[in-house]
Design a protein around this ligand. Sequence first.
Ligand code: ATP
Ligand code: MG
Length: 584
Amino acid sequence: MRMPDTEKDSTALDNPVKNESASSLDFIRAIIAEDLKAGKNNGRVATRFPPEPNGYLHIGHAKSICLNFGIAAEHPGGTCNLRFDDTNPTKEDVEYVESIKEDIKWLGFDWGDRLFYASDYFEQLYQYAVQLIKAGKAYVCDLSPEEIRNTRGTLTEPGQNSPYRNRSVEENLELFERMRAGEFEDGSRVLRAKIDMASPNLNMRDPTIYRIRRVTHHRTGNKWCIYPMYDFAHCLSDSIEGITHSICTLEFENNRPLYDWFLNELNVKCHPRQIEFARLNLSHTVLSKRKLHELVEGGYVSGWDDPRMPTLAGLRRRGYTPEAIRNFCDRIGVAKRDSLVDIALLEYYLREDLNKRAPRVMAVLRPLRVVIDNYPEDQVEELVAENNPEDPSMGSRKIPFSRILYIEQEDFREDPPKKFFRLAPGREVRLKHAYYIKCTDVVKDKDSGQIVELHCTYDPATRGGWSSDGRDVKGTLHWVSAAHSIPAEVRLYDHLFIKENPNEVEPGHDFKDYLNPNSLEILTSCRVEPSLASAKPGSRYQFLRLGYFCLDPVDSVNGLLVFNRTVGLRDSWAKIEKAQGGKG
Ligand code: ATP
Ligand code: MG
């Protein structure tokens, strides 16, 4: 198979099987291999996944999880910490902490006893700040947040020194202690690193390291009224935990000098190496927690776990398997430059996995009644159907066949166009696992002219769907027995956004302007085969000829069956691949 182009560089593309040889190591694994070869970190490899608990995890986070936990697993004794970067209590919540843990476990990764919180280090971080003050490397600044912004300078102009920059160590120590004791108003003072207001890197222009915020923290309660800034807390948390390689996304590249500055000035024992990679961008969706928050809070979706959301909770509810997501993450690999990955590639890995594991069943989404006139009125046959032709070990089941059936409305045309090989007046087709039937009559509603039911005859010599005289039919239809099938609701999903890249917003527009108004279609009069009466919430099936579906674990209550279409059968990826193949 020709592998689709993704963000891997061209050399890696020649060899789609990752880690098959040393030359196929991605650049992060190559750096780690070099460090090990050079004897760094006593041969240890320690990574971490550091989510901020201010939203649910999305597929972009999955890329980072697979990378960090994956690298740890590839090295003997390697470790990967789960650390909540909970330094900004205004936006954080335990709901997010719990969902993040659940999602990581579901993806198939285990942090064991290596669960940490940056908030556990608040006292230690405070002491580090005191140490910086004592070294003359930090000062309390009384400028307002706005004044700090205005004196920061620009990319072309240096910033201005704060008038408080040269406070004595003693005064700084006293003021910082009083900040902690709650003597000052929120926002009235901050602690800043004393670096260089003329640095070409804006992050180095005396960045704020502590601010006053009277907010209750979900873990430390009201113990603190000052909170450390991300840049300060992150590198030190990494160091405290003995991380060797601190892997983050590209937007932190310009923060690396600051990361290193804190660790150098504080002369810590462990100085992790920060490595940046390109974040995952996926077509037809957004992977920014801020934007996902907007969709949830604005009611554009039903919640973080809406099956249209790119969150792991949404994908799971939609019917995605962890394996499909992990295979996708493996395939896209890591790179240094940003790119947009087509969501069809994710769907390709989903179909590949579901094809192997999903039992086949029959369901009719838009039923059309069919009466088999020559079938005995009170007869019911139990016909044998294999559960998965790809995997005989999945066995078979019995499906009832009777005189009155339902087929799909779109499988019948009174006036069939040229390449329409399904049912039409006078035409014979195969009913999957059952018999050949031939349409003899069409009954319509007198007033509306709508088709109400079809009349057909069946050929008893074609039981199982095969004729003994070698006569063939072109079409094979799925069906259910009217009396035995059970009602169900089916939700069909399409891309959440119509625009390929909704992050590219045209002037005068908002990303929400590109939401797909038809991303959800609800069908309420579907009929599914009786074996689905015992379906477990979250279980996945292939509805023959229709796609993969998953029993919605949230809304399937009180005997109501609600199925989410996980993905259609049509391999849109194969199409794109074909089109790309033409280009070489
Ligand atoms: P967002 O920008 O959506 O708010 P974030 O980066 O602030 O996300 P964090 O909770 O801080 O979210 O992320 C935890 C880890 O996941 C970080 O190391 C971050 O770099 C990584 N990560 C976040 N989004 C992506 C993405 N789209 N692709 C790869 N890694 C990501
Ligand atoms: Mg972040």
